[in-house]
Ligand binder design. Structure first.
Ligand SMILES: Cc1cc2nc3c(=O)[nH]c(=O)nc-3n(C[C@H](O)[C@H](O)[C@H](O)COP(=O)(O)OP(=O)(O)OC[C@H]3O[C@@H](n4cnc5c(N)ncnc54)[C@H](O)[C@@H]3O)c2cc1C
Length: 374
């Protein structure tokens, strides 16, 4: 007879670790399974830093969620004694009518967020590391900053274990099926039964959806760290996180130097890949493409390449998340495809999923994230 749990979670990265933490806190009997040993560098949650920001240019619906995420990250810091977050402020930079600037202003206005709008000359004077061109504007938000993703995942897993969750690494889930009043899960090592199942398998979600078809794509993304030519302008006290729409619909972002160089990356424009066969080597032309942007907008960062890492986005066609029940099997909940901007929300997505699993509802508006691909 396979072991019986309240909930089995498949995938213990950003989302799954948070679900495990919030569910086990409520006294649920949780089994979490991962094919690797999280936090690891093979999925979507590695690379030392992730941006968190509040004036959300993608849509104002994200603002209440990110505000709750801030509260939960800070509670997790207190509970675990780990530093998960560093506030630096943030600049959303681009043409006034572009998606980044106009979107950030819309969210700031709708939610009465503290913010300022700087001209390009003001940005260059206040933050000399950043050199926008004259036709650009920047939306400044003081609460933006950096999450440390590997430590965040580890903190959620630690809390979950402390609260009684059974978390197992190196145990890939091969299949699942609904069975009477529950779900049966088959792994490489055994079988388990649970009342409900959570699929948070990130870029591998496709392999676990059964006959459900979702139009998701997995995109290879490259993170690069350059040695700055001048260190001082990139110190975290002087350099906020920054997101650029350098051409209409084309984006890159960067961080201050936390000691390992200036991290920069393009947002999208990566190759669509199979997550089991992704090339983890960074190509010279990828470094060169990034250098071209660095040379123009962050010229003091264009020293030698210090390090690089390949990561994966799991994209929905509209760039939003997917959080919903499996259409044929309501005992199965899915939360993972986050279109390259989900990390900051993982704490609140853990809480939302725990609400859905234990109470059947959440106070947050998830309308943008429901299954819209039927
Ligand atoms: C380069 C890059 C930069 C990003 N920058 C930001 C940012 O600045 N801010 C932000 O908010 N977001 C950012 N994101 C997005 C964010 O990091 C992701 O949305 C988030 O990490 C996804 O979490 P996840 O739990 O879905 O996936 P993961 O953390 O990858 O977790 C999925 C887990 O499922 C496991 N798994 C898969 N298949 C199975 C199976 N069959 N059985 C068992 N386990 C399985 C995997 O091993 C993995 O541990 C970025 C992403 C990338 C790649």
């Amino acid at each position: 007879m396979p072991s019986r749990f309240d909930v089995v979670i498949v995938g213990l990265g950003a989302m799954g670790s948070a679900v495990a933490c919030h569910l086990s806190r409520r006294g649920e009997r949780v089994l979490g399974l991962d094919r690797f040993a999280p936090p690891h560098a093979l999925g979507s949650s590695h690379g030392q830093t992730r941006i968190i920001r509040e004036a959300y240019f993608e849509h104002p619906i994200y603002v209440p969620l990110v505000q709750r995420a801030y509260e939960l990250w800070s509670a997790l810091e207190r509970e675990t004694g780990r530093t998960l977050f560093r506030e630096t402020g943030g600049l959303m930079i681009g043409k006034p009518d572009g998606a980044v600037v106009a979107g950030a202003r819309r969210s700031a206005k709708e939610h009465s967020l503290t913010h300022e709008v700087f001209s390009a000359a003001e940005v260059r004077a206040r933050f000399p590391a950043l050199q926008p061109t004259d036709e650009m504007l920047a939306v400044w938000e003081p609460r933006a900053g950096i999450l440390f993703p590997e430590i965040c995942v580890e903190a959620h897993l630690t809390m979950a274990r402390t609260q009684g969750a059974d978390l197992r690494s190196d145990e890939p889930v091969l299949s699942w099926e609904v069975d009477g009043d529950g779900v049966r899960v088959l792994t490489a090592k055994g079988g388990y039964r649970a009342r409900q199942l959570v699929l948070t398998a990130g870029s591998w979600i496709h392999s676990l959806l059964g006959d459900m078809k979702l139009p998701l794509s997995v995109e290879r993304q490259v993170q690069l760290w350059f040695e700055p030519k001048h260190r001082v302008p990139f110190q975290p006290e002087r350099c906020p996180i920054h997101i650029w729409e350098h051409e209409p619909g084309r984006f890159f972002y960067g961080f201050p130097d936390l000691g390992g160089g200036v991290k920069v990356a393009r947002h999208h424009e990566g190759e669509m890949v199979d997550p089991d066969f992704v090339n983890r080597e960074v190509l010279p032309e990828e470094v060169e493409a990034m250098r071209t942007l660095v040379r123009q907008f962050l010229p003091d960062a264009e020293g030698s390449l210090r390090s690089a890492a390949v990561c994966m986005y799991t994209n929905a066609p509209d760039g939003h998340f997917f959080i919903d029940r499996h259409p044929a099997h309501p005992r199965v909940l899915i939360a993972s495809p986050c279109s390259g901007h989900g990390f900051k929300f993982s704490s609140v997505i853990g809480e939302v999923m725990a609400d859905l699993l234990t109470e059947g509802q959440t106070r947050f508006d998830l309308s943008l994230f429901r299954n819209r691909f039927r």
